[in-house]
Design a protein around this ligand. Structure first.
Ligand code: AMP
Length: 430
């Protein structure tokens, strides 16, 4: 008999890796609590129409990736209900918000969730059919300030704090605005016109989208289509004054809070419910599946599934990808020496050996260079083998103050010789 295996695209999570999952979840709970979020747990399956009405019929998720089945009818006269394993959690949270009349409190609802989601995608590294998301939503009646750009900036600042506390370095926040529903409708028409002569040269999916939902063409990943997509008009030109002002206020608040971002005019995201602010945090270490998390504002979502006006903003992080990033970072950090010690000139070789001995006796991994190397050669060697470089010249030897340059941050610090072991032992992201 053939041995049974976990289904394609699903995996077992085993120790010691599960400790990392728990650490990520504990950090999320702790950070979100400081922003006064509470946890919500919604069912793993929902009525199929919840997703088709919110995520959108024309999206990849709804048109080809959902696990959907007909439930058994209770009585012969009854129609079987179509059920779907949740492919994302925002729709479930908004349904719960409507069902429990949370809007009637008059307050903002700040809810986070942690749990599995299901999409029938082509499995690869960082992409699974059962994957895990940690996400949060801020929504409420407009009178509670739910439309304010401050909410967008606060959520983005919270995400930057979360990634920093987790120790994930090197992330990029990509930011865009897709405007109001009216702006998007206008942009869709502009795109439709621009696509009419181009679509016949594009992939079959784009040919269909060019007619049904032109915005989705911007999600196309087919390499041959990219040069044509690059010629399409940008959404920024279709934003009305109110949307432009909202976006400017989000960016101003991020600047004031010191959260770095880059604008990406092509970021429209793969779900239909987004309005105004859309964003992704990406990480170079992830390869093709480089999005750590994504999200945006969804001012019309509640109404589109029969609820009251309840603008909001939210995000979902791929927990699997947070784990992969942390693992890769830890592997890189443990392979690299704490520091590369570069003597400036051959006369400094012997004092450098002595300093290296001190540091190694302090438990540090030290790569010792050679005073015969030019400085550039020392730097090249140091960047390949260590997290930092320490230059030892005559001045440093006499003064007992060493300059330490950290490669990840680019920061240079002057450290007294007696403090070096303690300084170099600290994690580099601090
Ligand atoms: P989305 O719900 O599509 O906006 O995705 C939000 C985040 O969830 C992405 O940035 C990924 O980190 C993660 N994600 C989405 N789909 C998958 C998948 N199939 N496998 C693993 N992570 C995923």
């Amino acid at each position: 008999m053939a041995t049974l295996k976990a289904v394609r695209g699903t995996r077992d999570l085993l120790p010691p890796e599960t400790a990392l999952w728990n650490q990520i979840e504990a950090t999320a709970r702790s950070v979100f609590a400081r922003y006064n979020f509470g946890e919500i747990r919604t069912p793993i399956f929902e009525d199929t129409s919840l997703f088709s009405r919110s995520v959108g019929e024309e999206t990849d998720i709804v048109s080809k990736e959902m696990y959907t089945w007909e439930d058994r009818a209770r009585a012969q006269s009854e129609k079987a209900q179509s059920l779907t394993l949740r492919p994302e959690n925002t729709a479930g949270v908004v349904r719960a918000y409507i069902e429990h009349k949370l809007g009637e409190t008059g307050q903002l609802q700040k809810l986070y969730y942690i749990g599995p989601q299901f999409r029938r995608e082509r499995p690869q590294k960082g992409r699974y059919r059962q994957f895990y998301q940690i996400g949060a939503e801020v929504m409420g009646p407009p009178s509670a300030g739910s439309e304010s750009p401050l909410r967008d900036a606060e959520v983005l600042e919270m995400l930057a704090t979360f990634l920093d506390e987790l120790g994930i370095t090197g992330w990029t926040l990509q930011l865009n605005s897709v405007g109001s529903a009216a702006d998007r409708a206008r942009y869709n028409e502009t795109l439709r016109a621009a696509l009419a002569p181009l679509a016949p040269q594009m992939c079959p999916d784009c040919q269909r989208r060019a007619v049904t939902n032109p915005l989705r063409v911007l999600d196309c990943k087919v390499p041959e289509d990219q040069p044509l997509i690059a010629t399409l008009p940008m959404i920024a030109a279709s934003l009305d004054d109110a949307s432009k002002a909202h976006f400017a206020a989000v960016m101003a608040a991020l600047d004031a809070a010191g959260v770095p971002y880059v604008r990406n005019d092509r970021l429209v995201r793969g779900l239909d419910y987004y309005t105004r602010t859309t964003f992704e945090f990406t990480h170079g270490g992830l390869g093709a599946q480089n999005a750590l998390l994504g999200g945006g504002r969804y001012d019309g979502l509640s109404e589109s599934i029969g609820g009251p006006k309840a603008p909001g903003i939210g995000f979902a992080m791929g927990e699997d990808r947070l784990v992969l990033t942390l693992q890769a970072q830890q592997a890189a950090e443990t392979q690299l020496a704490h520091a590369y010690l570069a003597p400036l000139g051959e006369a400094l070789n012997a004092p450098a050996l002595r300093l290296a001995r001190e540091l190694r006796r302090g438990g540090l991994r030290i790569e010792l260079g050679d005073g015969g190397f030019r400085l550039k050669k020392s730097f090249d060697a140091a960047e390949k083998t260590a997290r930092r470089i320490i230059i030892l010249g005559e001045d440093e030897l006499q003064s007992g103050i060493l300059t330490v340059k950290d490669f990840a941050s680019g920061v240079q610090t002057k450290v007294p010789r007696g403090e070096l072991v303690r300084f170099l032992s600290a994690p580099t992201h601090e």
